[in-house]
Design a protein around this ligand. Structure first.
Ligand SMILES: C[S@@+](CC[C@H](N)C(=O)[O-])C[C@H]1O[C@@H](n2cnc3c(N)ncnc32)[C@H](O)[C@@H]1O
Length: 292
């Protein structure tokens, strides 16, 4: 799911918001290679004057009709604290449960979010992909692009056993290496990663203490192992930590605005945010240490 924030539902009728939403849906439709034929907006007061106007505006802007039954493109308008969010389901059908998931893992990422993160890496790159905090391997399996090799790093044996089993079941284990190590000190040579994806720990597995420091170390290590232009797609519920780290960061810049996504969890839905980062030229970044 992707969300657009507005103070009131009628804010969606603003030209810029509607255009942004339609552009995002168009881009996702291209990324997943599927042209939606029908849409449905679920919202409280769906038949109210403002909702009818929003549905009509979406119909015009998207150029697709509302379906009678279950529609291909599912949109939902929900109150989100002080704001309202337009949620967009990323796939024509819910497909977060994948056949390849033979091993569950607490805190495993929703597969559709992992899929979308790779498509946000646009333009698709090749070379070496590094998946930091790889857990049970969701981001390694859902990878797009034409990577020649992929490296998953996690400090947990349980995670790596699950990742190994899931990768084998997915048959996407070719040229994938799993490494048991700490994120703060990656066993990867400087400047050798062409793209990084990460679903960073957010306290679910009881590691709340020191998370801000860990994120800082991850940002530095990610900068060390990449060169200018590399993409780093991160999902995290620790929005404040991420925003603080990015504020004035000389190594990473956001090449597109962050997106809020929604995924189910045992305690109810959680809404992490996807950050799309690009490595900036090294001369303005931290000193890169020698090759390991
Ligand atoms: C949110 S989970 C990732 C879940 C994964 N995306 C999946 O689908 O299974 C975060 C992962 O970070 C790992 N982790 C936490 N702190 C770490 C550290 N300091 N070094 C390496 N891995 C760490 C945990 O073992 C956990 O697997």
């Amino acid at each position: 799911m992707i969300s657009f924030r507005t103070r009131a539902p009628s804010g969606l009728l603003a030209d810029a918001t509607l255009r942004d939403a339609a552009d995002e849906i168009g881009r996702l439709s291209t990324a997943i290679g599927h042209r939606f034929a029908t849409f449905r907006l679920s919202a409280a007061g769906r038949e109210s004057r403002v909702m009818v106007a929003i549905r009509a505006a979406l119909r015009d802007r998207l150029g697709i009709d509302e379906g009678d039954g279950p529609a291909e493109l599912a949109l939902a308008l929900r109150r989100d604290g002080q704001d309202w969010s337009l949620l967009i389901r990323l796939s024509p059908r819910p497909s977060s449960s994948r056949r390849w998931r033979v091993r569950d893992y607490p805190g495993a990422l929703d597969a559709t979010i992992a899929f979308a993160m790779h498509r946000l890496m646009d333009p698709v790159v090749d070379g070496t992909l590094v998946n930091l905090a790889c857990g049970s391997g969701t981001l390694l399996i859902e990878r797009g692009g034409d990577w020649t090799r992929s490296i998953g790093v996690d400090q947990s044996d349980e995670a790596l056993v699950a990742a190994s089993a899931n990768l084998a079941a997915s048959r996407r284990d070719r040229d994938v290496v799993l490494v048991r190590d700490a994120l703060a000190n990656l066993p990867i040579s400087s400047g050798t990663a062409d793209g990084i994806v990460a679903d960073l720990p957010f306290g679910m597995l009881g590691e709340r203490v020191g998370l801000a420091d860990l994120y800082g170390q991850v940002f530095n290590e990610a900068a060390r192992i990449t060169q200018a232009g590399a993409r780093f797609i991160v999902v995290s519920t620790r929005r404040r930590t991420m925003v603080e780290l990015l504020d004035g960061n000389t190594n990473w810049r956001e090449y597109r605005p962050s997106l809020t996504v929604s995924m189910p969890s045992r305690g109810g839905p959680i809404t992490p945010r996807i950050f799309c980062l690009e490595r900036v030229a090294p001369e303005s970044g931290i000193p890169v240490d020698g090759l390991r």
